[in-house]
Every structure is written in structure tokens, then in C-alpha cells.
Design a protein around this ligand. Sequence first.
Ligand SMILES: [Zn+2]
Ligand SMILES: [Zn+2]
Length: 284
Amino acid sequence: MIYLSLKTAFNREGCPVCRLVKEQEDRYLFNLLYENVNDGPTRNLIRGSLGLCNYHAWALQAREAKEWNDGLGAAIIYQDLASLVIERIEDLSGEIEALTAISKKSTGGVSIKRGKILRRDKPGLKFAKRLYPKYKCHICKSLEQSADAYLSWLVKGLTKADFREAYLLSDGLCLPHLREALTMAKEEGAAITLIQKAKEYLKELNMNLLEYIRKHSWEFRGEEKRPEELASWIRAIAFFAGEARENVTDSITQSRIRALKNYRKMHINENNGNEKNENWTEKT
Ligand SMILES: [Zn+2]
Ligand SMILES: [Zn+2]
């Protein structure tokens, strides 16, 4: 099955492993929203990492907005996290009282212990410790494992002639995946295929980049840029950084901007007794 998925990905554009991992990420986010929002083990993983990493948190929001034009799944996941963090802060209520007492005495970051005044250099440290995640984002972790699995099958596959042929006809691996694949390769043949392919791909890319740059000069501005030249700089970024993962529409970006503004507006209105700010949107 994995060989087949890889071979199919070889026929598509871009790094095949980036593509397969991205597809898996899409499926994972969909399943999380569709059936695992209230699933206990998933909930524990998300609690353990205090939410998802920045990328996956927003990818989750984008997926839900795109699929259902809604945020209920995200609301449920993040409401749970909000109550978890409130709990953790409240567990340290004794600490809050101690700090409040200190600040009332205007001793500024100083605590009173055994009748002595001791300096407290980092009054927030106890809170900070309770706010660190135990684990890293579980989606990142599971996608790293999938990438490793795809790469190890790919490297093994390169010892077979038909698979190697198919790989050589593909766009090849991006640099981050190439490094990993080369580290995994146990057969010389596989390592040579990976390196040869990367060399050929980069040489062609380099030529296209040079042409793209040349045709930007005044002297040669009349020359038509070929499609592979127009694509060259994007392909170069993709080679060095891996394929782009985010797939966010304008309307999703707009809804994020609206959320930022509306929430801020609400707080400003609360603090100012609901006056002023009619022209808030224009002002910002
Ligand atoms: Zn890649
Ligand atoms: Zn992540």
C-alpha cells in the first residue's frame, strides 16, 4: 500500500513525501473535527500539549471554516483548554494571595518569609511552570512519524528497478526529506539514486532561475519567460523549505482579522462604557 501511495505521488508535482504527509494531515484534521472532538484519548493528547502548535491550530480553524463554515469543533476543544488553564491558575491561589499581599505592601517583587524580607526575582515563575505543555503538538509528532515511514519505504524501494525508474521521473524529494532519506539509506544504490536525482533537479532549477533573473534585466525584458522559468523561484523555495502546507482562502483570512478586531473592540467598549469607537474599524 505504501509503495503504491508513493508511486502515485511520484506522478504528481512536488516532493512526494511532502504531498503524502499533507494529505494525511488533511485527513487527520478532518477526522479530528468530524468525530474526535469529544474523544477521550485525543482530548488528553491536546491537553498534554495545551492545544496544537501554531500551524496546526490555525490549520484546524481553516479546515473547519472551509468544510462547515463554523467553529464549533474548535470552540469545544479550546473551551476545554481554557477551563484547564483556569484550573491550573486557581490551584495556585495561595501563590496569588501571597503576591497580592506583597504588592499591597509596595515592596515590589519582595516576599516576606520567616519574618525576613526576601527578594523574589521571578514572581511569575511558579505560574509559568504550570503553563508549559508536557508534550509537543501530537499532529506534528504523528506526521513526523508518517514522514519517517514513507521515507524508509521509499529508500527500500529504490533498490527495485521499476520503483527507482518511477522515482527518477518524479520531482524528487525536497531538501529536508532528502537529508532524512540519505541518513536512512543502507544500500549504496539508493543513496546514489537520491543524490543523482537531486543534482539533476537542482541543475535544471538553477538554469531556470538564471534565465528568470536574466529576463528581468532591461536589456532582455522583451524575451518571453517560459513556464518553467516563471515557476522556478517557487520551486526553489519548495526545494529548500519543503512544499507549502497552508491552504487558506481569503475568506478564512478575513474571518481571522474580523475575530481579532471584534474581540478587541468588545474589550475596548467594556472598558470605556460602550462609548466612542464608532469609527473603530476605520481607525485601525
Ligand atoms: Zn518534502
Ligand atoms: Zn503541529
